[in-house]
Write a protein that binds this ligand. Sequence first.
Ligand code: UGA
Length: 441
Amino acid sequence: MRLTIIGTGYVGIVAAVCFAKLGHSVTAVDREHVINSFQNNQLSMWEPGLQDLLNETIRDGKLVFDADIARASAHADALLIAVGTPARADGHTDLSQVEAVFAHLVQAGVCPPLVIMKSTVPVGTCNELEASLREAGISTEVAFNPEFLRQGSAINDFMSPDRIVLGCRSHQAEDVLRHLYDGINAPIQVCDRRSAELMKYASNAFLAMKISFANMMADLCEGYDADIRQVMQGVGADRRIGPHFLQAGVGYGGSCFSKDLQSLLTSGKKIGHALPLLEATAFINDQRIPQMLDKLITIWGNPLGKRLGVLGIAFKPNTSDVRDAPFLTLLKLCHLYGIDVQAYDPVVSQVSFEGVKVMDTAYEVSTNVDAILLMTEWPQFAELDWVEMVLPMREAIVLDGRNVLSDEAIKRLMCLEGVTYVPVGRSMVMEPHLATSGHTL
Ligand code: UGA
């Protein structure tokens, strides 16, 4: 099948290489400088397996790039749209990139019989887009095919999804979509487009809600001297709940959860429905970073002039994406309090924002700092020699924002003088002779 994909952000480029790998002839469309960087093997994102698949599919002639939408769409069997749909300041979804693509198609007078929306769009958008094409005399169906891949495991999520959802109006569109996914072994759910659109938001909102629930329970655990890891292990063992997305920590980040929650809240407001569960989910998440800093300030007393070492800049492990990363909120707050920040991330070596010194190694982060804050659960952070880590610190305070350190590592730390270990959803541990509250080992 000849597929043209508009937009080569995370979803677009992963879809492009995966559909090409499945045997389709894919043309990926983006601005000139963006497609040049793909053609020159310069991926702007760090995603396991993506570079290899990109090389392979380009080499096999299954994936080509073009900067001209009309040319790339002229002979396609279907067009897949994967452009950005960010949140506007007023909470509405910014559909300008999607609308620009449709305007282009109308203007050029070329449009394949099926347009597949992969960009996350508010409920009702596909119907409206299809109507706008019809008004221009184009009888194309606009289907919605949500994407559920996670950054960091995008290729695997795409090739082995839990489900494939096809939101479409006609059997012809369903047949084309099924053909597109030939070779992927997953349950297929066919439904109307509005339900598919809403399902995408509902999935992300539910995952965010699970995380905020775990974070809320973590606060309770700290107050009652219980252990959030034990609590959530038992809760998640119930098959009706499941063990995933129950890790308490510094809160969720990334370009999807906050934006999609906001968009859903706006959709609710539009028809007069409050969505209090989602408001609480966002509220709990917004408190996480201020709470982490409060913990440090309580120990320090005065934060002015303190220096904080941070492990993890991107919003989670295995990605270089810093969009909406909890780290950015932390940085802003540190700036307000007059705290200096030096940070390390295994795959982020340069940042476009100011106020942070990016270090070359994890060990360099601890030099002359008054505390370390672990923001993401990269396995190599757990594997560090934590005794070596704390030695160059001015004050040996380790705030483990993801409960990464093993019991063994904590025990070894506690053999040193003056160390304070602050986990999430568990009692703080202090080196014995300093302990006035919290647990001692
Ligand atoms: C999320 C969804 O998981 C995907 O299904 C969806 O396709 C994607 O958004 C999207 O809409 O594009 P992603 O944002 O890549 O994927 O990352 P997640 O793995 O979901 O993590 C999101 C945030 O939640 C991260 O900051 C992570 O650290 C945090 N998280 C995750 C927790 O704090 N606790 C957990 O237990 C799990």
